[in-house]
Design a protein around this ligand. Structure first.
Ligand code: NAP
Length: 557
């Protein structure tokens, strides 16, 4: 039976930003690769999240691949912040341009993956009932791909339309004339709310925690703007590779507390007017590390909310409290707060008026029934680990990854977890991931992983693993870095606080994209320090020996 199972060098899971680049780069390095994608098209996060208003919150010049100058030159972005649809079109272009589709099997989930110790191969079983072996397993499954349901009683009884932003239907629903409820006011909820307001009969926003929303300042791009961006791409990307957030934005060192009130006001006003995701955090060096400095920004934004929202009671409910500014991802919107001045939009503050249950006709709160035709759950994700632990991954001795991470995910450098050899996580827990420019982080990880695979191939090494001591030390370092900041003060998805029962441990590495890149390069230059490399034994390991002897990919599809 096992003889009939084909073998490739690498299985890539997912065909989003990470999966596509992994397929390309690994294939171009001379390895055989097979990718599986659950959706019926390219796009990953953007395939599933094309809800009304979905767009990226980093500028297109940064949130795009840097590996191909030709690609950069030929792609015409339409807006500063492209929509999900435009990002999908871009990724489809990438797939076609670099001939990646032929490596992807769509509509297919990897249900399980088991490490066969005697062969040093992964055996993956897929939802079409088939199996495939591979030397390397590369889950490019994304950090925000498993939707978190809202755990509200009666959810199954609702008789109207119901959608989660992370599983938006391919056929766009209609909104006109409908009474729509949105649960959740994170980045997804904010985008849905400002887009659907005025396009439906009535919009009711169910808010559990108010968030900081800063202006997006999105605009269409002119040919001159594109020309300017193209002329500076190389410089921009080079700078992004060394900065903290993986975008060309240097962080200052000065303290907000040492500035005069006038200086602070001028900087904050400028950040509001010329807004971008990092704007306020770039005003002073201590916004994310000093509670008092952070309060100054928080209060500045609260004042803006008080000014924009006409009804003082509504404004009060929209004021964010309980976590420092920036420790949950700030949301971008050009009209979010204005929306609450409309008669056809109402806000339900769930802290004072909790939901009792969902009923067939709508939502019952402690103040009565709100009738709805459509319910939109913008309730977030089982982030960073969910996509990995939802696959039945078993490593050495049959250990399940979900069991190993029961008390919190552990990795060495966000790249490997001990006992799961030859499995590389792309932007996994313990790497900067969502706290840096994701597209930059993806390229850095895939480059490192592919170089590592080539090194193993060239040195006759068939197994790479790490050790518990290494990952414990790395995760201690991740925690130590975060403890120097205010991030721990927020119940964010960065630490699993949004999913009931999930172990709470801060998962993204806050040490900075540039520093992290250097660390990964250093480890590789020292012969993969902290990793355990095993050479082919030559016995009972035919595929491994072939792989090693050929100095090339051993398996064949
Ligand atoms: P999120 O930030 O986790 O927000 C989920 C929202 O749902 C929160 O307001 C949460 O309230 C609420 N919620 C969850 N369970 C609930 C319940 N049972 N009852 C009532 N409210 C509930 O999720 P997201 O908005 O999908 O964003 C996740 C991340 O995706 C973002 O942080 C961002 O990194 C990324 N994203 C980016 C963009 C962009 O680029 N523009 C767009 C969308 C998403 P609590 O805060 O009280 O838990």
């Amino acid at each position: 039976m096992s003889q009939d199972i084909k073998t490739v060098d690498a299985i890539v899971i997912g065909a989003g930003f990470a999966g596509l680049y992994a397929i390309k780069h690994i294939r171009d390095a001379g390895f055989t690769v097979q990718a599986f994608e659950a959706g019926d098209g390219i796009g990953g996060t953007w395939y599933w999240n094309h809800y009304p208003g979905a767009r990226v919150d980093l500028e297109c010049w940064d949130y795009s691949y840097s590996f191909s100058p030709e690609l950069q030159d030929e792609w015409e972005w339409s807006h500063r912040y492209p929509t999900a649809q435009e990002l999908m079109a871009y990724l489809e272009h990438v797939a076609d341009r670099f001939k990646l589709r032929e490596k992807i099997q769509f509509n297919t989930r990897v249900d399980s993956a088991e490490f066969i110790e005697s062969e040093n191969l992964w055996l993956a079983r897929t939802s079409d009932g088939k199996a495939l072996k591979a030397r390397f397993l590369v889950p490019a499954t994304g950090g925000l791909s498993v939707p978190k349901p809202p755990e509200i009683p009666g959810i199954e009884t609702f008789k109207g339309e119901a959608y989660h932003t992370g599983r938006w239907p391919r056929k766009e629903p209609t909104y006109e004339g409908k009474r729509i409820g949105v649960i959740g006011t994170g980045s997804s909820g904010v985008q849905v709310i400002h887009t659907l307001a005025g396009k439906c009969k009535h919009l009711t926003v169910f808010q559990r925690t108010a968030v900081f929303v800063v202006p997006a300042k999105n605009y269409p791009l002119t040919p001159e703007m594109r020309q300017r961006a193209r002329a500076t791409y190389a410089e921009r990307r080079a700078l992004s590779r060394i900065t903290r957030f993986g975008i060309p934005a240097a962080m200052p060192n000065d303290s907000a507390l040492e500035a005069t009130p006038e200086e602070r006001q001028a900087k904050f006003e400028n950040a509001w007017i010329n807004s971008q995701l990092l704007g306020f955090r770039q005003c002073f060096g201590d916004i994310l590390s000093d509670g008092k400095a952070n309060d100054l920004v928080a209060e500045f934004i609260r004042d803006k909310i008080r000014t924009i929202v006409k009804n003082p009671e509504t404004a009060k409910k929209l004021l964010p409290y309980g976590f420092p500014f920036g420790t949950k991802r700030p949301c971008l919107s050009d009209n979010y707060y204005d929306v609450f001045n409309r008669d056809d939009v109402s806000l339900v503050d769930l802290k004072s008026t909790p939901i009792v249950r969902i009923v067939p006709d709508g939502i019952e709160t402690t103040e009565g029934l709100i009738e709805l035709d459509m319910l939109i759950y913008a309730t977030g994700y089982d982030a960073l680990t969910g996509a990995l632990t939802h696959i039945d991954v078993r490593g050495i001795g049959g250990q399940r990854l979900s069991d190993k991470w029961e008390d919190g995910a552990k990795t060495y450098l966000g790249l490997m977890t001990a006992g799961f050899p030859n499995l590389f996580t792309v932007t996994g827990p313990g790497s900067p991931g969502p706290l840096a420019n994701m597209s930059m982080s993806i390229e850095q990880h895939v480059d490192w992983i592919t170089d590592c695979m080539a090194y193993l191939r060239n040195h006759g090494i068939v197994r790479i693993d790490t050790e518990p001591a290494q990952e414990n030390a790395w995760m201690d370092h991740v925690q130590e870095v975060v403890s120097r900041t205010l991030y721990e003060k927020a119940n964010s998805w960065y630490r699993g606080a949004n999913v009931p029962g999930k172990p709470q441990i801060f998962l993204p590495y806050l040490g900075g994209h540039g520093n992290y890149r250097n660390k990964c390069d250093e480890v590789a230059a020292m012969g993969y320090q902290g990793f355990v490399l095993t050479r082919a034994s030559g016995t009972g390991d035919a595929a491994a020996s072939r792989f090693a002897e050929a100095g090339l990919a051993g398996g064949s599809v």
